[in-house]
Structures are given as structure tokens and as C-alpha cells.
Design a protein around this ligand. Structure first.
Ligand SMILES: Nc1ncnc2c1ncn2[C@@H]1O[C@H](COP(=O)(O)OP(=O)(O)O)[C@@H](O)[C@H]1O
Ligand SMILES: [Mg+2]
Length: 366
């Protein structure tokens, strides 16, 4: 087990990625007395607005990465498509947590699902698809309805095509850009849940209660904490998340997205090796938020308490939703979070709102 040195408050934490997840990590880090240095290629960086330093450079810019490594005490990431080579370049210079293995598994849907199955965790049935002929062979094994997904770089439902009929193959192959893919069976699920778990450098884990997620057009719309599932299923989901974190030797926060089937089984859909949108409610409803847990873990500190003091509903503000801020701020029960993004494009996550109410159920545990 890795024995990580403690990075004490006052140090500077490097964060690869400049979006809202980096912003909320930097806010949590600041509360614990750390500074953050953001490294990202984009011009509009919500994270840089609240950080002590920022480098705008490409993830392949070796000189910029070396200078970044020299300026920080530890590096983490808020974006799971940071190239693995970037982490490999940084790692001999400065500790990178979580490590390259978590990225390698999570960046590729084929690796991710194979990894889950190897741990005995169920997934939707899937087959790798490398070309148009491969898709024909795959549809013979995974009958429609099915979903074709690019192996890499998909997010918010992008890089996916639903196949309801075996005659739709050409259109689906074109829709996903003819990239290496997997074909997976469409799961007729009862609900979607996720589990956010933190794992410390010493191997200790802390799980937040499983939550239910509702999506709109492939994008997370609303999270309800806790998910309305049985205590036994909740415990199974938490154990599963901890097992994934352990198997990856993950240090930091990760999230697993699960389908609850109509028969009450858990199937893993995705793994995010980072803080996650479905964990934003923890800022307003838990002793230590997912962002604070991540900072604690990567700095070699003990984890905080994941117990919730309140139940919560979190709603994303997507695109023009953010224009509702005057009404939301006029609601005394609304905890409003805005990400400081300049432009409200359709489908863009601009902020979120959390409403909390007194906690119910599962007392004494999460
Ligand atoms: N095999 C499936 N069966 C049913 N619904 C699915 C399946 N795969 C994805 N979905 C739906 O699409 C959403 C987005 O897909 P996901 O694989 O999580 O990709 P991403 O979040 O990276 O875009 C899921 O949250 C779920 O609502
Ligand atoms: Mg997803």
C-alpha cells in the first residue's frame, strides 16, 4: 500500500482541467488553507477564476508541464480525458493522485466494462466494435434495442447512437464518427443511481449514500439523495464502489454510475475517476463534501465524515436555465452555485441548485 507523504495546508495543489469541478475543488482546497494552480488548454476557465495561479497550455506541452510540476506539491485532475502520457510525464516530477491506472480504465469504455466484469461486477452485455463489419457481427450477438458508444471521449450522451432496429446500423456508425466503439444492450432499468466514494492514501474509504439520477437528453438533470432503494441494495452499491476504488488503488474520489434493473440487480454503467456531478449535493448536505474529501485524499490527510445531515435534491442549471438566477436567489431554501462561465451555450453546465430538508432513513450509517 502506498504510504503517501502529507502535503500540509499552505502548499499548492496542481489541478489538470479548468472546469466547474476544478473550481469547486479549488474552493474546498482554499477552505483548508491550500492554494491551487490550474493547468488547462481552454480560454474560459471557471477554475482559474478562484485559484492562485493558472497555466493555459496544451496537455502535450512538455515544457509547460515541467514548469507546472515545479510550481506545485501534488497534482490531481478534474477531467478524465487528460492524456495518460501527461500523467506519465508529471509523475516522476511530482506525485499525481489518482494515478494513471484509474485514468486508463475509465477513459475507455471497453476497458471499463471488462474491468468491472473481471471484478465480478455485472454490466450491460457488450461487444467491441472496430469497423462497420464488426458492427454487423455485434448486432447478431446483442439484439436491438442496443446502444453504440465510442470507446473514448464520450460524455453527456455524446458519441452514442441508439439502435432500435438492425437496419439502422449504417446511420449509427456514421453518427458516432466511425470510431472504435462498443455495442451494448439497452437496459430496461428501474432507475439510475450512483455512488461517490473517497479512498485515502492509506486505503481507508468513505462512501456517500447512493443517489438517484435523472437525465435529460443524455445530460444529468437532477440528483436525489438518498436514492429511494432498500438499505440492502444501498449497502451493496456502496460495497461495490469501495471494491472498485480498492482494485484501482485509487487515491481520491471516484464515482460509479449504476443501473438498478427491474429485477433489483445492480449493473455498472460507468466509472468516473474524479469528483462527479451527482456528488454536488454533498457541499450543502454533508459534513465533508466530495470536493473536500478529494483534497484530503490527494494531500494524504484523513478523510472527513461522509454522513449527510440533510436529504437533498440537486438540479443542474443547463444553458439558459442559469438566467433564472434572480428567482433562485429569492428562494431562501435554494443553495445556488454558479460556475462563472461567460457563455450559456445549449447543453452547457452553467451551475446547479441544491435544496435540503431534514434527513430521513438509514440513521446511524450513511
Ligand atoms: N446500456 C444502456 N441502457 C439504457 N440506458 C443507457 C445505457 N447506456 C447509457 N444509457 C443512458 O444514457 C446516459 C448516458 O450514458 P453513459 O454511458 O453514462 O455516457 P456518458 O454519461 O459518458 O455520456 C445514461 O446515464 C443512461 O441514462
Ligand atoms: Mg454517464
Amino acid at each position: 500500500m502506498a504510504h503517501a507523504e502529507v502535503i500540509a495546508p499552505g502548499a499548492t495543489i496542481g489541478i489538470l482541467g479548468g472546469g466547474q469541478l476544478g473550481r469547486m475543488l479549488a474552493q474546498a482546497a482554499a477552505r483548508l488553507g491550500y492554494r491551487c494552480h490550474i493547468f488547462a488548454p481552454e480560454a474560459d476557465q471557471p477554475a482559474a477564476q478562484v485559484s492562485a495561479a493558472a497555466t493555459r497550455a496544451a496537455y502535450a506541452d512538455a515544457a509547460a508541464l515541467r514548469a507546472f510540476a515545479a510550481a506545485v506539491s501534488v497534482v490531481t485532475y478534474e477531467f478524465e480525458n487528460v492524456p495518460v502520457e501527461t500523467v506519465r510525464l508529471l509523475d516522476p516530477l511530482v506525485p499525481v493522485r489518482p494515478g494513471a491506472r484509474s485514468l486508463e480504465v475509465a477513459q475507455d469504455r471497453l476497458n471499463e466494462k471488462s474491468f468491472a466484469n473481471a471484478l465480478g461486477i455485472g454490466t450491460a452485455a457488450f461487444v467491441a466494435v472496430d469497423d462497420a463489419d464488426g458492427l454487423k457481427a455485434a448486432i447478431a450477438r446483442i439484439a436491438p434495442p442496443a446502444i453504440l458508444k465510442t470507446r473514448r471521449l464520450g460524455y453527456d450522451g455524446k458519441g452514442q447512437a441508439v439502435i432500435d432496429d438492425a437496419r439502422d446500423l449504417d446511420a449509427a456508425w456514421t453518427t458516432i464518427g466511425k470510431a472504435p466503439a462498443i455495442l451494448e444492450a439497452r437496459v430496461d432499468f428501474e432507475r439510475e443511481i450512483s455512488v461517490v466514494v473517497a479512498r485515502a492514501a492509506d486505503g481507508a474509504t468513505a462512501c456517500y449514500v447512493p443517489v438517484e439520477n435523472r437525465h435529460q437528453a443524455g445530460i444529468l438533470d437532477m440528483t436525489t439523495a438518498p436514492a429511494p432503494i432498500s438499505p440492502a441494495l444501498a449497502r451493496d452499491a456502496e460495497a461495490l464502489a469501495a471494491r472498485v476504488a480498492q482494485a484501482l488503488d485509487h487515491v481520491g474520489v471516484l464515482c460509479i454510475e449504476l443501473f438498478v434493473t427491474k429485477g433489483g440487480a445492480l449493473l455498472m454503467n460507468e466509472l468516473a475517476p474524479r469528483v462527479h456531478n451527482s456528488g454536488h449535493w454533498t457541499i450543502d448536505a454533508c459534513g465533508a463534501s466530495q470536493f473536500e474529501q478529494h483534497i484530503r485524499a490527494v494531500c494524504g490527510l484523513p478523510l472527513g465524515g461522509p454522513e449527510r445531515h440533510s436529504d437533498a435534491v440537486m438540479k443542474n442549471l443547463i444553458g439558459d436555465d442559469a438566467a433564472r438566477w434572480p428567482a433562485l436567489l429569492a428562494d431562501p431554501g435554494a443553495h445556488v452555485h454558479l460556475y462563472g462561465k461567460a457563455e450559456a451555450r445549449p447543453g452547457r453546465k452553467m451551475g446547479h441548485v441544491t435544496w435540503i430538508k431534514p434527513r430521513t432513513g438509514r440513521q446511524g450509517q450513511n
